[in-house]
Ligand binder design. Structure first.
Ligand SMILES: Nc1ncnc2c1ncn2[C@@H]1O[C@H](COP(=O)(O)OP(=O)(O)OP(=O)(O)O)[C@@H](O)[C@H]1O
Length: 507
């Protein structure tokens, strides 16, 4: 039945051979519709059609999926294995139509999931497989305990104990896939250290001081200490950067103490930043391994497959859903423009008549998001920059500026919620935390702290600038080879750390 996965792939392949033009396959559909599975089948089919293919390369291209899914997928209410990032995979072919490599571009990783996930959803798969699959020794090495109820795996619905056998198996597959793309012992060590550091950072708790104008108290400084140790950064510098921030004014450095919320946010922001950069690094390594130039053959044409997170309408829709749904609006618009509005598209539309629903023009919806000054994104940026800005203030701006719009829906109560009538249906957005998610900044002190790591690789990872797609996987910047994290043996140092912290804050 059209549109048949293998038929679409075969047509693209035929065109690169006959017309010698690059092809792109755009896979769209709601979350859980089968985009990722279809992409995998198309890749398999394209590689299968390639003559004299190298089995090693063939296997590698097909086998990167468990890795991408480990770090980029999670259980959602709709899909047990939902892609929480967008992926553009480009297969390169030589003049004989032989596949000679692949490149992956990643976009929009939903890194907020590391620290918050909706009820009945899960965190990224890698955290569950780490606890289920890593040996006792490995976990002890990361100062993690099998039995502790960590926030990172507690959030969401997955019952690790019930799924342990499944996740142990998945962990072994993931480690095997990492080895296949060239991860050596040092790479594995640093990857595990970063995962461990993220887990410890999400455990850090803060407490208001008893007196006003006094710094916050870190309830469990041992967790900061452990994270610092795994990242080879100075624990005292890390503690200080979590509870105070510096600004420059008239050439002078001023220090501000963070409030409870700001400290929690900056700790979460650090955990998210480490995850995001680690994810980019894994993709970068996949790309290095599958680089077509390694085959010493000229790329004659390519077939790209775009698989982005599908349209979402969950029980609670937040900033992530707003961004995902906007991208889906843009894709829909692209389809309208480039497929259905030209002659070939019209024929296609007739052929598909009754099989798929042709959506109406959605330019008004795109304008609602993007129009200068009054579009949702400009309004959100404006409210975010406003010192007294709030989530409720953003919703007020949206509903006032779009009072007559048929696209924006309001609630009758004062909840910071508004609705958008998308091409695929109406979605209500709960705007709690929108401003923070939009800010998503790691303050300079924390950045500097990471850049001061004594481990060259961690330092590079945080010095590297993000590329045009917002990830580090694509930048030209050179990353040094990871070196094993040097562990200093620390015991019962938390007390000493607290004393040093108090002294340093007084100074
Ligand atoms: N061709 C297929 N064969 C077998 N199972 C499939 C196929 N397509 C989809 N499925 C089933 O549907 C589930 C969801 O598919 P998939 O993850 O590809 O959806 P998606 O559209 O990529 O969703 P999301 O946008 O959430 O990432 C799969 O985990 C699988 O169980």
């Amino acid at each position: 039945m059209p549109p048949h996965i293998f038929n679409v792939a075969a047509r693209a392949y035929q065109r690169i051979q006959e017309e010698k033009t690059n092809q792109v396959i755009l896979v769209s559909g709601e979350s859980g519709a089968g985009k990722t599975e279809s992409t995998k089948l198309m890749v398999k089919h394209l590689v299968y059609m390639s003559p004299n293919r190298s089995d090693d390369l063939h296997n590698k291209i097909v086998q990167v999926n468990p890795l991408l899914e480990a770090f980029g997928n999670a259980q959602t209410i709709i899909n047990d294995n939902s892609s929480r990032f967008a992926k553009y995979l480009e297969l390169s072919f030589d003049e004989r139509g032989q596949v000679i490599g692949a490149t992956i571009r990643d976009y929009m990783l939903e890194k907020a999931r590391v620290v918050t996930c909706n009820k009945d959803e899960g965190n990224f798969h890698i955290f569950y497989s780490l606890f289920a699959g890593a040996s006792k020794q490995q976990l002890i090495g990361l100062n993690l305990s099998e039995s502790k109820d960590y926030r990172i795996i507690k959030c969401g619905c997955l019952k690790l104990l019930e799924e342990k056998t499944k996740y142990r198996e998945i962990y072994l597959q993931q480690m095997d896939a990492l080895k296949r793309i060239g991860f050596d012992a040092d790479d594995m060590n640093i990857l595990h250290c970063m995962l461990g550091a993220i887990i410890h950072l999400t455990e850090v708790r803060f407490k208001e001081a008893d007196k006003v104008n006094e710094p916050l108290e870190i309830v469990n400084p041992d967790q900061v200490e452990l994270a610092a140790e795994l990242l080879n950064v100075d624990p005292l510098e890390l503690c200080l950067s979590l509870i105070k921030t510096k600004t420059e004014y008239g050439g002078e450095q001023l220090y501000h103490l963070k409030n409870l919320e700001q400290a929690r946010e900056s700790c979460d922001a650090l955990a998210k930043a480490i995850y995001e950069r680690m994810f980019g690094w894994v993709i970068r390594r996949i790309n290095e391994d599958l680089n077509p130039t390694k085959q010493r053959k000229k790329v004659a044409a390519s077939i790209g497959i775009l698989d982005i997170a599908g349209f979402e309408n969950l029980q609670v829709n937040s900033f992530g859903q707003l961004c995902i749904n906007f991208v889906n609006e843009r894709l829909q618009n692209f389809m309208n423009d480039h497929v259905f509005r030209n002659e070939k598209g019209y024929t296609l539309m007739k052929a598909f008549h009754g099989l798929i629903q042709i959506s109406k023009n959605n330019e008004d919806i795109i304008d609602t998001f993007w129009k200068k000054n009054i579009g949702l994104f400009d309004l959100l940026d404006e409210e975010t920059q406003f010192k007294q800005g709030s989530d409720a203030g953003f919703v007020r701006k949206v509903t006032t500026n779009h009072a007559k719009s048929e696209i924006i829906a309001k609630t009758r109560n004062d909840d910071p919620v508004f609705g958008v009538c998308h091409f695929a249906g109406k979605v209500w957005y709960d705007c709690h935390g929108f401003l923070d998610k939009n800010k998503d900044t790691l303050n300079d002190d924390l950045f500097d702290c990471m850049k001061d790591s004594t481990n060259d690789f961690i330092r590079d990872l945080f010095t590297i600038k993000k590329g045009p797609t917002g990830t580090i996987s694509e930048t030209q910047f050179h990353l040094r080879q990871p070196k094993k994290v040097q562990r200093e043996h620390r015991s019962n140092n938390a007390m000493q750390l607290s004393t040093e912290l108090g002294k340093s804050l007084k100074e």
